[in-house]
Design a binder for this molecule. Structure first.
Ligand code: PMV
Length: 361
């Protein structure tokens, strides 16, 4: 598939005046991280993520045919039952980016009603679940206008559109493991959209747990858009992209052979490398907080003592994702509650696990 395959032509909107579509779309957590991109939202390296189950966004897109067609967008955003103008510029920018592929969006006025399952400003990125939910609603509208759209094309284009809203959103359409970005050892992988990891996944990684520790709920000082940009001219950028490429090959084998020890090493190294890129960019910045480091130390101590396969990963923030296999949930949960939750802001944490992807409601 090429970019041109996603351009929709000759849609007749005359018979569809109004309606609505609703999708629930999950967040995801990258194991091999995406950090650095070129225009338009093309990743500098391949990434792979677990789709989450409980952390999701519910979005309803209502559409009303315009009396007189116009090129501007008329979008009203209702977030958690209140009109919200804060998100409008980001959504308008998203619409401008995707209008070439879904031209019918100029013919409707929209009301977007959206809410997250996780607490507002918890520091959990909602762009992946939010943008993918909206992209799926727009694809439902495209399918209504053009019923010949196949299920495969529907998902691919939803991921393609979501990517243009937020890169990692490309990985939030399906489950349980999603690869985004071309890689020679992953057949059909693409820079344009995410694909399911197609090799059989070892039992050890089934129902994998991700407990998210909310260390700091404040606004990030540096957005991921700025962070991605700082990879241009970064002294270690090329080595990082090479390393990610090798880590994709390695994790692909690990996910099939079930080697938990190798998984722990690779995933933690990826998280620390992501933050090392931030520490060594110009300007440099730190998103971890002191409790992020304390949690990491406690995890390492617990692992040494108990030989557990617990590990951590981080996204672009201070919160810690604690990953562990289903069979260890009892002892690890007890450890988390005793030794890690007191290090969270207001003791807040979310018990999540690997999920199956978005669903219409
Ligand atoms: O999708 P963005 O532009 O918010 O970038 C997200 C990047 C990381 O979360 C840090 C890593 C990843 O692959 O999800």
């Amino acid at each position: 598939m090429t970019e041109k395959d996603f351009i929709l032509k000759n849609t007749n909107t005359n018979s569809l005046k109004t309606g609505s579509f609703s999708w629930q779309s999950p967040s995801n957590i990258a194991l091999v991280k995406y950090w650095g991109k070129s225009e338009p939202q093309i990743p500098k390296n391949t990434s792979i993520s677990f789709t989450l189950n409980k952390c999701h966004t519910n979005t309803t897109l209502e559409f009303f045919k315009k009396e007189i067609p116009s090129d501007d967008f008329n979008i009203k955003v209702i977030f958690e039952n209140k009109v919200n103008d804060e998100f409008k510029p980001k959504i308008e920018q998203f619409f401008k980016r995707i209008v070439k592929y879904v031209p019918f969006i100029t013919e409707y006025n929209f009301v977007i009603k959206t809410q997250n399952s996780f607490p507002h400003s918890s520091g959990i990125a909602s762009s992946a679940s939010g943008m993918s939910a909206l992209a799926l609603c727009l694809m439902s509208l495209e399918k209504k206008l053009n019923p010949s759209v196949t299920e495969k094309y529907f998902k691919q284009k939803a991921s393609f559109l979501a990517r243009l809203g937020s890169g990692s959103a490309a990985r939030s359409i399906e489950g349980e493991l999603i690869v985004w970005g071309e890689h020679q050892e992953i057949p059909n992988s693409s820079d344009l959209y995410g694909i399911k990891f197609l090799y059989p996944i070892h039992e050890n990684f089934k129902n994998y747990h991700d407990t998210i520790l909310l260390v700091d709920k404040g606004e990030k000082q540096v957005s991921s858009t700025v962070g991605h940009d700082l990879m241009h001219g970064h002294p270690f950028a090329q080595q990082r992209f090479e390393q990610a490429k090798k880590n994709i090959s390695a994790i692909s084998k690990i996910l099939q052979n079930g080697n938990l020890e190798a998984f722990v090493k690779l995933v933690e190294s990826e998280a620390l490398t992501l933050h090392a890129m931030m520490l060594t960019s110009d300007p440099y910045f730190i998103l971890m907080k002191s409790n992020t480091l304390k949690i990491i130390e406690n995890i390492w101590e617990f692992r040494n003592k108990t030989k557990s396969n617990i590990c951590f990963t981080l996204d672009a923030g201070a919160n810690v994702h604690v990953l562990f296999p289903e069979r260890e949930k009892k002892k690890v949960n007890a450890f988390i509650i005793r030794d890690l939750v007191p290090l969270c802001q207001n003791n807040q944490y979310i018990c999540d696990k690997v999920g199956l992807g978005a669903r219409q409601f």
